[in-house]
Design a protein around this ligand. Structure first.
Ligand code: GDP
Ligand code: MN
Length: 400
């Protein structure tokens, strides 16, 4: 599960991380008021208007703008809210912007990167850090992998003080900065472990320009991205409640309600498969035969007839779908359950596009007979004997 930057900043704050003040708004007038509020309460001389969308690279797409007056904040807010935001991570169509964060602006001396993730190689959480943070971190990771530090974290003990100090010195922090940066590393690590996060990034972590009050500058988090493990959300009601329905794909949310793993894709062949591995193999075969899958869909082992019928409803609801491929290996999932769902879907939704069905495993004979008996109700159905046969049949049905 993903959350917005303004929510991630709140969470960082709860764990003690120093974050500049910010106010979430949903229209230009409130953006102007928020600027005035930040100026009054926090003595902010400048503010940043930031699009709140579940995609990064906003700065590069014009979704992060510095402003110096309330009027400017209002105008910039109007512009950002008026059109979809296109960033290197959104695709060419962009994403709609309905929320903005108006944050107190800071005078940046230098930008760093600090993140926590799960490292599959070492099988434990890892602290990732770089002194070359900011909007080009992906580029740095590709061209200068040595500029990225990694420190494995014990999931039992958490980050140890010597590890934080080591990373802080290697990043080039000096004087009071070492203490401030180490503290943030500990807080970020605690947040990551305690909330069952799968990713927690502060990019950039900044050192502000020195002042008489802070001769070494201050170390602050000015952007945050936190993702959580969906399978652990039942332990964190407060975090689950942060989900933004406006950011979710409707069909994906629909699928989740029925316990289906569904991801919408750009192709034309709808796939209904059981098992993530078989689903990926099926998508590969579709591509091998010159077409693109319209979705990833794993109905799982324990799928009920109702859930599978909903799965067909979701697939057939997508106007890009020109054909459907069903590929089921009946183990725990029984082939006759799938056959029943196909027949129900045919009656309730109707297959106007070609449907190729490959069934194998538990109760396959019963399932084949059911489908055979129902042929007149599903005229577009073609049975297939194996995976390749199925992929060939659906691609040629579409091509004709
Ligand atoms: P992202 O592009 O989606 O990662 O959005 P960020 O919040 O990271 O902002 C992008 C860039 O805008 C940062 O790397 C900074 O260079 C700049 N920026 C963001 N907030 C401030 C601020 O308060 N002051 C200054 N001077 N620059 C900022
Ligand atoms: Mn950022």
């Amino acid at each position: 599960m993903k959350i917005h930057e303004y929510q991630a900043r709140d969470l960082l704050s709860k764990f003690g991380v120093a974050v500049p003040a910010g106010i979430m708004v949903e229209n230009p007038v409130d953006a102007g008021k928020a600027f005035t509020e930040l100026a009054k309460r926090h003595n902010a001389k400048l503010a940043v208007v930031k699009a709140q969308v579940h995609a990064g690279g906003r700065g590069k797409g014009g979704g992060v703008k510095l402003v110096k007056t309330a009027d400017e904040a209002r105008e910039v807010a109007r512009t950002i809210l008026s059109k979809p935001l296109v960033t290197p991570q959104t695709g060419p169509k962009g994403v709609p912007v309905t929320k903005l964060l108006i944050a107190a602006g800071v005078d940046i001396e230098k930008e760093y990167y600090l993140g926590m993730a799960v490292d599959r190689v070492s099988g434990c959480p890892v602290l990732i850090a770089s002194s070359e943070g900011g909007v080009d971190i992906e580029e740095v990771a590709h061209t200068k992998p040595d500029a990225i530090l990694r420190e494995a974290i014990s999931p039992m003990i958490g980050l140890r003080p010597y590890q934080a100090r080591k990373v802080a010195y290697r990043l080039g922090f000096r004087g009071q900065q070492v203490r401030m940066a180490s503290k943030i590393m500990h807080q970020l690590c605690d947040l990551f472990l305690q909330t069952d996060a799968s990713l927690a990034e502060i990019n950039p972590l900044v050192v502000t320009k020195p002042t008489t009050e802070h001769p070494d500058g201050e170390v602050l988090a000015i952007d945050a991205k936190i993702n959580f493990d969906d399978n652990a959300l039942f332990r964190h009601e407060d975090i689950a409640s942060l989900a933004d329905p406006l950011e979710e794909d409707k069909s994906e949310a629909h699928a989740r309600r029925f316990g289906l793993s569904y991801i919408k894709l750009d192709g034309t062949i709808g796939c209904l498969v059981n098992g993530a591995g078989l689903a990926m193999a099926t998508m590969d075969l579709i591509k091998l035969h010159g077409q693109e899958p319209a979705n990833f869909l794993d109905v799982g082992g324990s799928a009920s007839e109702e859930a599978v019928t909903e799965a067909f409803r979701i697939i057939l609801d997508d106007p890009h779908v020109k054909g459907v491929l069903v590929n089921i290996f009946g183990g725990i999932a029984k082939c006759d359950t799938i056959a029943k769902a196909i027949i129900t879907a045919a009656d309730e939704v109707g297959f106007k596009v070609p449907l190729v069905v490959r069934l194998e495993g538990t109760n396959v004979d019963i399932a084949r007979k059911m489908l055979d008996d129902a042929r007149s109700r599903i005229p577009t159905l073609t049975p297939a004997t194996d995976l390749t046969d199925a992929a060939k049949k659906i691609t040629s049905a579409i091509n004709n």
